[in-house]
Design a protein. Sequence first.
Length: 197
Amino acid sequence: MQRRLISGHSPFEPVAGFSRAVLVGSTVHVAGTAPIPPDGSPTPEGAYEQARLCLAIIAEALGRAGSSVEDVVRTRMFITDAAHWGDVSRADLQAGPVLAWAYLAVFGSVIGFSAYAWLLHHAPISRVVTHQYVNPLVAIGLGALFLGERPAPATLVGAAVILAAVVVTLRSEAGTAVPTTEPAAGVPPGTPADRSA
């Protein structure tokens, strides 16, 4: 398996014998990072500034490994005083995740649920159900369009199967539609004389 060492600027690397990051296959392992400025200037005093510097050092190492902070699946931070937690967590707040949350809140919840509720009143239930299957396909398409994501072959096959199932459902429903008749004049809906109920 491919293994590549990515050195940083820390003076402790040659002493302790570690690398800023190690690329093993397609996984990047980043070493513990202290707030040591690359230009040799003093360490920032505030917890927020120190955390921002650590994250910037990590982001630079990830970039050299062909990755980015968007690919990070877990971070672990150590602080000397729990009172600093708010500043440290604020430093880790990024625009990408915030925008993703806003998108899910607006489009995934408000607009998505509103569209679902509207369909319940204006479409057959079999067509409403297809709404749930199409949502993941929309997410895949948006990821490929705006984030440059490349769906795996298995994902594409699954998407094709879902689309085919939706098309079959809609066509079979259109071919088996049952005509309805208007209720007789003066007869309340739901009575035996009302054949459309």
